[in-house]
Design a protein around this ligand. Structure first.
Ligand SMILES: [Zn+2]
Length: 149
């Protein structure tokens, strides 16, 4: 199915992030013509606390299209977006958000500040959670287990 193949690309980006020593989170933006951008977390490499996979993939997709909004496009990310990324997803007018594992510690969609449920949130995407959640969770668990060694 379409959303599974796109989430597989996001998982590959998460794996590449782990290989770079970054927390393994990957994201993809796809439209009617298919995938237009993919990215993994690069906060350490770029010395940038905003360089989450979602922020980077939104920037790349907007740059590729030469526009500030992604109306009609879908975002796939391996982990529940944090509040910053959820706000960016809203500002970008993403049509559908597909995410993998939930994030009890830093998530901002189904827990914490629940950005999309806030009265100041001007655009709410359709949200589908738990897509390939086990694969995403396993990668995160392995990453943090290795770092504790
Ligand atoms: Zn984020």
């Amino acid at each position: 199915m379409k959303f599974h193949s796109h989430m597989n690309i996001a998982l590959t980006q998460a794996k590449l992030a782990a290989d770079r020593g970054e927390i393994p989170v990957g994201a993809v933006i796809a439209g009617p013509a298919g995938v237009i951008a993919e990215a993994g977390n690069r906060t350490r490499e770029l010395n940038d606390p905003t360089a989450h996979a979602e922020m980077l993939v939104i920037r790349a997709a907007c740059a590729a299209l030469g526009q500030e909004r992604l109306t009609g496009y879908d975002l796939y990310v391996t982990l529940e977006p944090c509040p910053m990324c959820a706000a960016a997803i809203s500002n970008a007018r993403i049509a559908r958000l597909y995410y993998g594992a939930s994030d009890a510690k830093s998530g901002g969609v189904a827990q914490g500040p629940r950005i999309f449920a806030h009265s100041q949130c001007h655009h709410v995407p359709e949200i589908y959670d738990g897509i390939a959640a086990a694969a995403s969770q396993d990668m995160l668990r392995r990453f943090f287990a290795d770092r504790r060694r």
